[in-house]
Design a protein around this ligand. Structure first.
Ligand code: SF4
Ligand code: SF4
Length: 180
């Protein structure tokens, strides 16, 4: 088995960007190894984000008896929103369904972060380029906020992430994205 950790053509990055990039490549390598591990076994399904038996038990209990959204839980949600901002988004896509401009708000507002957490190639695609081209059409109507279960206002995060996306897109050849 050969696993190649490609590292050419990135000499225009600053040191901190390079460290971020290396972390991201390492994540990809770990992901690839864990996929190989699970593929080699029958009747084993990976649940990403679950690392301990106790966490799996909590997940199963929640599935069997979903909790009520009480005041205590609302406070936790508010704390999460305050601390994580746009990253608190759960990616449920409800906002996308109501946006008159057909913008996938939840993804458009985090896509720059995805570049550091998952393989860049996954989101630096023509599909996502086309999705992101709708972001500047946002009229600020607030429909997405009204329909978000957490009332998230990601309009500013979306603009920032649009800029990050376009910056990556301007260097897309380096990431192996070919002209159409
Ligand atoms: S504020 Fe912008 S992103 Fe949100 S629903 Fe309105 S147009 Fe769509
Ligand atoms: S509705 Fe809220 S949580 Fe769901 S994707 Fe949109 S912003 Fe994220």
């Amino acid at each position: 088995m050969i696993i190649e950790l490609e590292c050419g053509n990135h000499y225009d990055r600053t040191k901190s960007q390079h460290v971020e990039w290396l972390k991201h490549r390492l994540d990809s390598l770990i992901q690839a190894l864990s996929d190989l591990y699970f593929r080699a076994r029958e009747n084993v399904v990976p649940i990403y984000g679950i690392q301990r038996m106790s966490e799996l038990n909590i997940l199963l209990e929640l599935e069997e008896s979903p909790p009520e959204l009480d005041e205590h839980m609302r406070q936790w949600i508010e704390l999460g929103k305050k601390n994580f901002g746009g990253l608190f988004c759960r990616g449920c896509d409800r906002c996308a369904g109501v946006c008159p401009q057909n913008i996938r708000v939840g993804y458009a507002s985090r896509i720059g972060d995805f570049f550091y957490r998952s393989p860049v190639e996954k989101y630096l695609t023509y599909k996502w380029f086309e999705e992101m081209q709708r972001v500047p059409n946002c009229t600020g109507c607030g429909e997405c906020i009204r329909h978000c279960p957490f009332g998230l206002d990601l309009r500013e995060a979306m603009k920032k992430n649009y800029a990050v996306f376009m910056d990556f897109w301007s260097r897309k050849e380096k990431y192996g994205v070919k002209e159409k």
